[in-house]
Design a protein around this ligand. Structure first.
Ligand code: SF4
Length: 244
């Protein structure tokens, strides 16, 4: 798909300004930069190639993100939900986007799906405080609508820089939006679940988003929980190996 040069210039300009704001004075001609400049498809930031020299600290990144106006969602948000957890977390969880309660509190996964997420982690003996939790978008789409492609493109550099700075050993992608954008694929969750993928050497596992599980009731919800449990056991096994 061809992209208009004017649009590319605007996006490149915004991307470079964003990094400058975070204190970066030079960019290596990394595959990420080349990928950005030569991108002709929807994934302007190819997650696999977007690693560039980290611009300072996680705090500096957070400060810049809290002032971000790179997409229309800044007009309707109450808070930027940057994410939370240790700066050296071994496990990173990536969801889709903040919901109503996350938008109001500025914290990730605090609503009903957050409670389920905490239970899921507890079930595999992982304390929520040990992990860094964030999402593809840092601002809430109005009415919890699905994220738009240009919003994801605008926001991905923040997530990719978080990953670069935190350098987790494991990533758990929650739901389609996280999985598709981190792995740069359109494959369904059925095919993506149940095995580890690699994101620049970091092991990445895909499972259902807790909000998706909660959308159903009865047997269907139970079946999804069992499938998620199978994924989480895979995660637990890898996580435990990190302690050795
Ligand atoms: S969603 Fe991301 S890119 Fe858009 S305004 Fe919020 S922080 Fe910036």
């Amino acid at each position: 798909m061809l992209r208009k040069i004017d649009q590319l210039i605007d996006e490149l300009d915004a991307w470079l300004r964003f990094h400058k704001k975070m204190g970066l004075e030079a960019l290596p001609a990394s595959p990420g930069v080349k990928s950005f400049i030569s991108s002709t498809d929807n994934s302007l930031i190819n997650a696999k190639d977007a690693f560039t020299k980290p611009p300072g600290s996680l705090e500096a990144l957070q400060k810049a993100a809290l002032e971000c106006t790179r997409c229309r969602l800044h007009e309707t948000r109450h808070n930027v939900v940057f994410g939370e957890g240790p700066a050296n977390a071994r496990l990173m969880l990536v969801g889709e986007a903040p919901g109503k309660e996350e938008d109001l509190t500025g914290r990730p996964f605090v609503g009903a799906s957050g409670q389920l997420l905490t239970k899921m982690l507890n079930a595999i003996e992982i304390d929520r405080q040990e992990v860094f939790i964030t999402s593809i978008l840092k601002c809430r789409p109005p009415g919890n609508r699905a994220p738009k492609a240009d919003e994801i493109r605008a926001c991905m550099p923040i997530l990719m820089t978080q990953i670069e700075l935190i350098r987790p050993k494991l990533i758990l992608a929650l739901g389609n939006v996280a999985a598709h954008n981190l792995l740069n694929t359109k494959e369904g969750l059925k095919k993506l679940r149940g095995k580890f993928h690699s994101l620049n050497g970091i092991k990445l596992l895909v499972t259902y988003h807790p909000a998706y599980i909660l959308r159903f009731a009865g047997q269907r919800q139970k079946a999804l929980k069992i499938e998620a449990w199978n994924d989480l056991q895979l995660l637990q096994r890898e996580y435990k190996k990190l302690e050795v």
